[in-house]
Write a protein that binds this ligand. Structure first.
Ligand SMILES: NC(=O)c1ccc[n+]([C@@H]2O[C@H](COP(=O)([O-])OP(=O)(O)OC[C@H]3O[C@@H](n4cnc5c(N)ncnc54)[C@H](O)[C@@H]3O)[C@@H](O)[C@H]2O)c1
Length: 437
């Protein structure tokens, strides 16, 4: 099938490559010429495991091209809308400028019976408005809202094998779902559940799922706050709670909290939209979820100050990890990067590193001292802060590192290290929500 993917960022570029891998002919459109040139040259503009290989194969097959020219979509039967929906400046609500712009640009090029498939995360009510707009200009074209649940770091496998497919449609548009079924045939044959809903439900599934995940993380981080004042151990607490199948252990990892290009802005936009609809009370708890999450960042800075003897001034701190999560180079609203910047602002001499996110971090905080080398970051450090749980940090050898640092002190911002291993090698080990021994 001839498909277009409009917006080739973390979601769209992976989606375009995966659709070509499934045998469709795909044109990816983006307004960013640098991104388009890189993609056409086979260079993924971001780090995502499996993406370089997927991109190279898809380009070599001749089924995938990228362009800045929206007119190139004119022969496509299906158009996936994957543009960004960031937080509006100085507001909680989502900025729909890119969604609106992409639809405006697309309308003149729609085939009479085209199907537009919305994948961006949008405030509830957006799909109904866009559907009206599309039908006004192209009466037989149809909009389906098909929210995306992929996780960065697993984007390729999540796109090819999602854990569910949700199609939001207008009543009477059931036939169009067959076209999406054809596109997702391999996932559907593998038994992936497909849920057909109205527009509002499909839009809400995405933000409700993110609100739930954010709440689960902030719940255990709130427990960490109580552990910190009572001497309890939040990791043991989470392990013991997680054995209850009604609770489960996943997303109960206490630490520096959530960040990235989705969870923080999605829960804020959800609150803003609920407020517009008169249901603000329903989501006031998300304000607390957000506050708990942000408090973890300041608590981590406080912990750094504590291990440095009460003042950060002039202390050399090695920050390991800058991406908002491992296996990603994404530093959008990254807790690790925000803590690194805070430490520096408060007088510490920070040297930060990350296996993949150094370049993106330098763009956001040009004054931060960054290095690609773990060894260079930790040399002469008064304290090491592990802020993103990359495997190479989890498996560090405390004996090897001991000869490089000035003081054997490590702060585990992700509860990803084995305290026993570090303490028995002579290190002072501190972590969020765990007792100081
Ligand atoms: N990143 C994720 O893990 C993820 C997961 C699920 C859902 N989402 C949602 O998907 C959407 C995209 O997220 P992302 O992380 O890929 O964002 P992104 O910022 O990485 O990519 C968005 C892309 O859209 C492009 N764009 C903007 N206006 C355009 C236009 N008029 N025409 C063509 N391209 C245009 C931008 O240049 C950019 O490359 C958001 O709504 C996000 O919430 C993201």
């Amino acid at each position: 099938m001839q498909i277009s993917v409009i917006g080739c960022g973390y979601l769209g570029a992976v989606h375009a490559a995966c659709m070509a891998d499934l045998g469709h002919t795909v044109v990816g459109v983006d307004v960013d010429v640098t991104k388009v040139d890189a993609l056409n040259a086979g260079i993924a503009p971001f780090f995502e495991p499996g993406m370089p290989e997927m991109l190279a194969d898809a380009l070599a097959s001749g089924r995938l091209t990228f362009t800045t020219d929206i007119a190139a979509v004119k022969d496509c039967k299906v158009h996936f809308l994957t543009v960004g929906t960031p937080q509006r400046k100085n507001e909680k609500a989502a900025d729909l400028t890119f969604v609106n712009g992409a639809i405006e640009a697309l309308l003149p090029h729609l085939l009479p019976e085209a199907i537009v498939v919305g994948k961006s995360t949008v405030p509830v009510g957006t799909a109904a408005r866009l559907s009206d707009q599309i039908q006004e200009s192209c009466p037989d074209a149809i909009l389906i809202w098909n929210p995306e649940f992929l996780r960065e770091g697993f984007a390729v496998s999540d796109t090819l094998s999602p854990n569910r497919l949700v199609y939001g449609i207008r009543p009477g548009h059931d036939e169009a779902t067959l076209v999406l079924d054809e596109i997702y045939a391999s996932a559907l044959h593998a038994g992936v559940p497909r849920i057909i809903t109205d527009f509002a439900t499909a839009e809400l599934v995405k933000v409700a799922a993110n609100a739930f995940l954010a709440t689960k993380i902030s719940f255990i981080n709130a427990m960490a706050e109580v552990c910190e004042v009572s001497g309890a151990d939040v990791v043991q607490l989470a392990d013991a709670m997680g054995h209850d199948p009604r609770i489960g252990r996943k997303f109960l990892n206490a630490g520096l909290g959530f960040g990235g290009g989705c969870l923080p802005k999605d829960i804020r936009a959800f609150m803003a939209r609920a407020g517009e609809l008169g249901a603000d009370q329903a989501l006031t708890f998300l304000r607390e979820v957000d506050s708990i999450n942000m408090r973890r960042r300041s608590r981590t800075v406080d912990l750094a100050r504590e291990v440095c003897g009460g003042s950060l001034l002039g202390k050399k701190i090695a920050v390991l990890g800058l991406a908002f999560k491992p296996n990603s180079d994404d530093v959008r609203d990254s807790p690790a990067l925000s803590v690194a910047a805070q430490l520096q602002l408060q007088g510490a001499s920070v040297v930060a590193t990350d296996p993949k996110a150094v370049t993106n971090s330098a763009k956001r905080f040009p004054d931060l001292v960054l290095t690609e080398s773990l060894e260079e970051a930790v040399r002469g450090a008064d304290a090491i802060m592990v802020l993103t749980e990359w495997q190479e940090y989890v498996s560090m050898d405390p004996y090897e590192l001991a000869s490089l640092v000035a003081t054997r002190t490590i702060v585990d911002g992700r509860n990803c290290l084995d305290p026993e291993k570090w303490r028995s090698a002579g290190w002072t080990y501190r972590a969020l929500g765990r007792p100081q021994l």
